[in-house]
Design a protein around this ligand. Structure first.
Ligand SMILES: O=C(O)CCC(=O)C(=O)O
Ligand SMILES: [Fe+2]
Length: 459
């Protein structure tokens, strides 16, 4: 019945937003008139359970049956508010949920789908946020319809890929405002330094969104796919991480080699034009002309991950962004991308490109000679004859290039040069995902294929 309501609401066209910052599919039930019902559920039933499992020393049970519970006080004795939503997964929408902790103190997660109607999508629980073992696996759970999993919001968890069918869960994130004001709370949500982890993290507990060291732990095994006779520039090699889906790689090739062909999603749902990649043939392990899917199957390629995807496939390039303010502030909009396809790109190429970007805005008042590029790190002017690849400092993954106009105006376009492939950039002591990776991550999560097509090109 609840799922019927969710479907009806979603079909109604009434306003709705994503259930939380990580799930895109589902519905916030509190926002469609159901808050009072779930408040009653919390007050009538769940508070008691919260107190027994995560309450103060008087309320908290020490054992369940003859097993030690081993939980701590997470404000379960005074749970007072809730954020209640439904999340949904399917192979074509949200496929998985990256490792995370919740924005709450105690989470109640009810399975809404028959276990037989989906495959995969197990919930994986790892350690507590502030423990040395927070990236070690503790238990894996397969949802059962009608059964509720109760866990501390601060336990690291995530959902594995769903490989078939659909799954939905009803989730109540509950909070204790009272507990949040205590010093115990402040101490227990301190993230521990990665440096003092005793055992190395387990891959399944790594988060590509939250772990700065994610890529360094991921498998480096990769295969080489050679694309023959499809590119005007000749044969090309593509390195592929084992986690890639067939679709991920096919899409890259598809976008890189041709703008023709439909999207995988439309093709699977409605038929019509197949994606170009499905018509392509590849060579692998000495077998020429293998169908793409077969090539990757031969290597047991699994599911994809966008950071490695970006780091292995989309190589160094120059991203032109405009920002009116701080150099490392959020750029106001994404403007244009210049692919550094080889080491031969020179300062002159960059300046010509920059000129094409700036000139239309300055009407006809800007001559080519009015424009100079400055490497922000060194403060040096970039000479026309210099190699752009050589501008990256050792180990540096972000290089800012400022455009200077001899006739200076208030608005200064700022150009960022990003070496894709390094998910992190350090600038003035802060860590950030490189802009392109943020975009890729966003696009991967939101599956905005039309935008994706515009920014990813095969080098
Ligand atoms: O997929 C699930 O059941 C868990 C979802 C979850 O962890 C969350 O929304 O916080
Ligand atoms: Fe969660």
């Amino acid at each position: 019945m609840l799922m019927d309501e969710v479907r009806h609401y979603r079909a109604s066209g009434l306003p709705q937003r994503a259930p939380n910052s990580m799930n895109n599919y589902g519905l916030v039930l509190n926002e469609v008139g159901m808050r009072p019902f779930f408040t009653a559920l919390l007050e009538g039933y769940l508070q008691v359970i919260g107190a027994r499992l995560f309450g103060d020393d008087q309320d908290r049970a020490r054992t369940v049956g003859d097993r030690a519970l081993g939980t701590d006080d997470w404000g379960g004795s005074s749970l007072s508010s809730h954020h209640t939503f439904v999340v949904q997964y399917s192979p074509d929408t949200d496929r998985h949920l990256d490792m995370h902790v919740d924005e709450c103190d105690v989470t109640f997660n009810f399975g809404l789908t028959d276990a037989g109607s989906f495959e995969g999508s197990d919930l994986v629980f790892c350690g507590m946020l502030s423990s040395l073992e927070h990236r070690r696996q503790v238990v894996t759970y397969k949802h059962v319809k009608g059964r509720c999993v109760v866990h501390s919001g601060k336990r690291r968890h995530g959902a594995l890929n769903i490989t078939a069918g659909e799954r939905a869960s009803l989730i109540l994130w509950t909070k204790s405002e009272q507990f949040r004001r205590t010093p115990t709370y402040a101490a227990s949500v301190q993230e521990i330094s990665r440096r003092i982890e005793v055992l190395p993290p387990e891959t399944v507990c790594l988060s590509y969104t939250h772990d700065l060291d994610y890529s360094s732990w991921m498998s480096t095994t990769r295969i080489k796919v050679v694309v023959r006779g499809k590119l005007t520039s000749g044969d090309a090699e593509l390195f592929v991480e084992p986690q890639f889906t067939v679709g991920d790689v096919a899409e890259i090739l598809c976008y890189g080699t041709s703008r023709r062909g439909g999207s995988w999603h439309d093709y699977r749902t409605h038929g019509g034009t197949p994606p170009l990649a499905s018509l392509m043939r590849f060579s692998c392990k000495g077998h020429p002309q293998l169908e793409f899917a077969k090539t990757l199957e031969a290597y047991g390629i699994g599911d994809g991950d966008v950071l490695d995807y970006a780091s292995r496939v989309v190589r160094t390039s120059v991203v032109f962004c405009k920002a009116w303010d701080q150099l490392n502030g959020e750029p106001i909009y994404f403007n244009q991308r210049y692919a550094l396809s080889n080491n031969a790109v020179t300062g002159f190429d960059l300046r010509s490109f920059a000129y094409r970007l700036v000139a239309p805005e300055r009407k006809h008042t800007l001559g080519f000679a009015d424009l100079r590029l400055i490497c922000v790190r060194s403060g040096d002017s970039i000479e026309d004859a210099s190699s752009v690849a050589g501008l990256f400092g050792r180990g540096e993954s972000l290089l800012c290039v400022r455009i200077e106009l001899t006739k200076w105006a208030r608005c200064r376009p700022v150009f960022l040069v990003v070496e894709k492939g390094a998910p992190l950039v350090t600038h003035r002591g802060s860590f950030n995902l490189a802009i392109e990776l943020k975009l890729l991550l966003f696009l991967q999560l939101h599956r905005k294929e039309y935008v994706f097509r515009r920014i990813v090109s095969f080098l």
